[in-house]
Design a binder for this molecule. Structure first.
Ligand code: NAP
Length: 290
């Protein structure tokens, strides 16, 4: 049966640029279909200069229910919203907008997505753990806040730009409930071996690994075999970071699980229903091999 879109259909989508390779539309449309909801999810590629116009247009649509926000708009979208959740305000980034009446609220579900993916893929719980996050952009910020707030004993941030790592560490320390937060410049610190050798979890939250020929952003040979390695990159599905981790015998997973669970959390915010995770996972797997 072809999908029928009517005047009652609720509208969601993803704002980003470019969006040629996004897996979010098949994932969310599969979820709506699985629950028999008359909703549709579309890709909305918007160049940075026109983000404000796009949001004004969406606000004007009476059937607009909400949106995901991805690169490069996660921070830039904030001035165009009416309110932010406490977590989105702390992280300084929004990946989900919920429209209620004519009010737009910015949420971030990336951190919750990461924690759910780590639990599922590696049975990893952050309580009492020492974690290393490589990267201090939007994804690194979400990871650092989520892991610190979930009780990590120590959060160490390694980033190419040391100033960005230090700024994130200072922000997270305020939210960390007594956990220790450290920041170092990636690759240059002589204590990298010591930092990685003491880690229970290493997260790649950089974009390194996406391009052919990219190296691993850190040397996982320095990790203990009991450590978990999580790469937020999911395209390609196997990066040099993951290959190194697996050759060391570490438990390792790519970012597809985080994509799934951040999407499941957004779905629940928009619809008020628990997300049909199996249908969403199936759509991601089909999209990955397409
Ligand atoms: P971003 O804000 O642009 O940050 C990019 C990060 O990568 C920064 O820490 C940057 O360091 C670092 N970086 C870039 N090129 C580098 C290089 N050549 N060497 C060392 N570090 C480098 O991007 P983002 O939104 O945080 O996203 C980061 C990655 O996470 C992307 O691959 C994205 O696809 C992925 N992600 C996945 C999910 C998921 O659901 N799986 C969700 C969100 C993001 P500087 O600060 O020094 O520039």
């Amino acid at each position: 049966m072809p999908r029928v879109i009517s005047g009652r259909t609720r509208l969601c989508g993803v704002l980003g640029y470019p969006l040629e390779h996004t897996l979010s539309p098949p994932m969310h449309n599969a979820a709506f279909a699985a629950l028999g909801l008359d909703w549709v999810y579309l890709p909305w590629p918007v160049v940075p200069e026109r983000l404000g116009e796009a949001l004004r247009g969406l606000r004007a649509l009476a059937n607009f229910a909400g949106a995901n926000v991805t690169v490069p708009h996660k921070e830039a979208v904030i001035p165009h919203l009416d309110e932010l959740t406490e977590e989105a305000r702390a992280v300084g980034a929004v990946n989900t907008i919920v429209c209620a009446g004519d009010r737009l609220t910015g949420h971030t579900t990336d951190g919750a997505g990461l924690l759910a993916a780590l639990a599922e893929a590696a049975d990893f719980r952050p309580g009492g753990a020492s974690v290393v996050i490589v990267g201090a952009g939007g994804a690194g910020r979400s990871a650092a806040f989520a892991l610190a707030v979930a009780g990590a004993r120590q959060v160490t941030i390694l980033n190419r730009s040391e100033a960005r790592a230090r700024a994130l560490a200072a922000d997270v320390a305020r939210a960390a409930h007594g956990g220790k937060v450290l920041a170092y410049q990636l690759l240059i610190t002589p204590s990298t071996a010591q930092i990685l050798g003491g880690a229970d979890l290493v997260v790649n939250a950089t974009s390194v690994g996406m391009r052919p020929g990219d190296p691993s952003p850190v040397d996982l040979a320095l990790c203990r075999p009991a450590a978990v390695a999580y790469d937020m990159v999911y395209n390609p599905p196997e990066t040099p970071f993951l290959r190194q981790a697996r050759s060391r015998g570490l438990r390792a997973a790519n970012g597809l699980g985080m994509l799934l669970y951040q999407g499941a959390a957004a779905f629940a915010l928009w619809t008020g229903r628990a997300a049909p995770v199996g249908a969403m996972r199936g759509a991601l797997a089909a999209g990955e091999t397409a």
